[in-house]
Design a protein around this ligand. Structure first.
Ligand SMILES: [Zn+2]
Length: 387
């Protein structure tokens, strides 16, 4: 795949830093144990597992950034709780009240696999507030690249409901803050293996926010996730064409992702000309994730990070917010995040080698699918007609 252009000397300068926003209170969201994400004990298994969205995964991301080879490039910042009033820029008061009520009553499973337990609501407010702080840091000109290391994740949370381990849409709140702070157009690229349906839904009728999601073709998964993630969910009204879904076959791999980014993502962002960019990252698109089958390795993650940084340099004066979503392999998710940030830093040589990538990949079928999506988008999406 294309690996970007020559590395600018700026990659070695002091301002080539990633500002990471984090608060350890987010570890207190305890999703329990069971059979994968069900919270269920069937009675015939001696060993149950932690819910995939557990604190360990984020502890490893935290520690690899503190002690891994990328650590000299990291500047650390504290997170904060979001105010209830801030949530209303994306979510309805009625929905927020439901969450407050559920917390007050000791918590509950809001929808499949999505547990609001004691301690979860504070962690959720911290995830939202910490993401807002990261965006504010960029808006105030204190740094160009900020990473919100947050959980619970947010990209499935819609204005009116929770979904897929998510309660509040952290990235969506940050996008709205950017718009409210004077940004004209925000581009959001979501590379979590699942469709970023919540973020898409929040801006479905807007031409100010271009949401692009690369995901597996999982379709709707019930009332909490009515969206299908198919290519024809393009937005509505003036927002028509400004939600681009890129459902990719299982096993797409590094070359297929690179092809999709170069042939679908880059041209759309070039046409859109955003003045703020948001990269929504979930390492569940990795080769070893228990929740996905897309087979990205560290190399693929690094390439995506590098390409998006190039787009940010070109259009948004380098301004790029990165928001953490899924990623459930407790060690490899941390490696893949490390690689993504290496790409964003545009380092000339990988800082960390891949300890486990060994599956062969065949991109021939994914490339056919991507070409078909490209043809459909050029025929259907007004702003991409001559892209
Ligand atoms: Zn996911």
């Amino acid at each position: 795949m294309a690996s970007g252009e020559a590395f600018p000397s700026s990659s070695l300068q002091a301002d080539n830093l990633i500002h990471v926003f984090w608060d350890e209170g987010m570890l207190k969201h305890d999703t329990g144990t069971g059979v994968f994400d069900t919270g269920m004990d069937p009675g015939f298994l001696d060993v149950l597992e932690k819910h995939p969205e557990n604190a360990d995964r984020v502890k490893n991301i935290l520690s690899i950034l503190k002690r891994g080879p990328i650590s000299p490039f990291i500047s650390w910042h504290h997170g904060r709780l979001a105010l209830i009033s801030e949530l209303l820029s994306f979510h309805t008061q009625e929905y927020v009240n439901e969450l407050i009520e559920a917390d007050r009553n000791g918590g509950k499973e809001i929808c499949g696999g999505t547990f609001l337990n004691p301690g979860s609501w504070d962690a959720t407010l911290l995830a939202a507030g910490t993401t807002l702080s990261a965006m504010q840091h960029i808006i105030d000109g204190h740094g160009k690249f900020a990473y919100a290391l947050v959980r619970p994740p947010g990209h499935h949370a819609q204005p009116t409901q929770a979904d897929g381990y998510c309660f509040l849409n952290n990235a969506g709140l940050a996008v709205q803050l950017a718009l409210d702070s004077g940004c004209r157009k925000v581009a959001v690229l979501d590379i979590d293996v699942h469709y970023g349906n919540g973020t898409a839904d929040g801006f479905y009728r807007s031409d100010k926010v271009l949401t692009i999601s690369l995901h597996m073709n999982h379709g709707s998964w019930g009332p909490s996730h009515p969206q299908s993630g198919t290519i024809d969910e393009l937005g509505e009204g003036v927002g028509f064409g400004y939600n681009l879904n890129i459902p990719l076959p299982n096993g797409t791999g590094d070359e297929g992702y690179g092809y999709a980014v170069q042939h679908l993502v880059v041209p759309a962002i070039e046409k859109f000309e955003p003045d703020m960019m948001v990269l929504v990252v979930g390492q569940d698109s990795s080769a070893f994730d228990p929740n996905g089958r897309q087979c990205l390795t560290m190399e693929g993650c690094r390439d995506i990070g590098r390409t998006i940084r190039g787009m940010a340099d070109k259009y948004s004066n380098g301004r790029l917010l990165i928001v953490q979503e899924g990623g459930y392999h407790v060690t490899y998710a941390a490696y893949c995040l490390h690689a993504t940030l290496e790409g964003v830093l545009n380092v000339s040589e990988p800082l960390l080698s891949d300890p486990i990538a060994y599956y062969p990949e065949d991109a021939s079928f994914p490339i056919k699918v991507i070409e078909a999506i490209k043809k459909y988008q050029k025929e259907t999406v007004p702003f991409l007609k001559d892209a």
